[in-house]
Design a protein around this ligand. Sequence first.
Ligand code: F6R
Length: 261
Amino acid sequence: MDVFIVKDYDAISERAAEILSGAITQNPRLVLGLATGSTPEGLYARLIQAHRAQGLDFSQVTTFNLDEYVGLGPEHEQSYRRFMDEKLFGGVNVRPDNTHVPNGLAVPLLQECRDYERMIREAGGIDIQVLGIGRDGHIAFNEPGTSLGSRTHVAGLTRQTIEDNARFFDSPDDVPRFAISMGIGTIMEARKCLMLASGAGKAEAVRACIEGPITSMITASALQMHPDTVAILDEAAAAKLDRADFYRWQDESRHLIEERL
Ligand code: F6R
């Protein structure tokens, strides 16, 4: 895993936006995996800025979101479809048909999961997958104990995740207990993963993900087996890493070799 430690949340968003803008410029038909939550909001704001100011073109980009709450339709204020429309899709020129978020109202749900996997395959797979990380080490809604080989599935949320996400709802009771979520196996097939983490609340999960043993108890730790994962962390999220000095040193030294890569 390539680990970059930057000053703060803005710097994470900036660095992640540079990577995604560069990738879209290089391949206008990029297939992007996207996350919701607080972490990527700054990244999405910068992509909208890049679209407006520099004409970053999303017209041929395809997107697949990681997850959606079961029971919430696209119009629901807290649905992930609505979040994406508001935070990114509405501000760039992506074709609505090319954006995919699992349908939380689908029946049967298991068919929706199979269809989602098929659509990702038919799009040629995901080129870059953006990820946040939960305090319990989840990526997407792959809570502790989820198989590291899992595919898109109906995932049960832990009480901690429900509490963490309750800030967006009127009360914790309103937070759905289930979601449709890409599995760890699905995420591992993305050609590149970009994991973002900000704040002291994520420091323990980040340590376990990057430097702990690979275990389904911290599903993000599967990324240690991914051939091209970039983690962008701020100082607070990186605070518990044993090898933080090494990661910083590597980052500082990168210019020595960049042109030869
Ligand atoms: C969101 C998702 C989750 C979040 C994680 C962190 O689509 O899949 O795994 O990335 O819960 O959430 P925030 O960024 O709100 O701390």
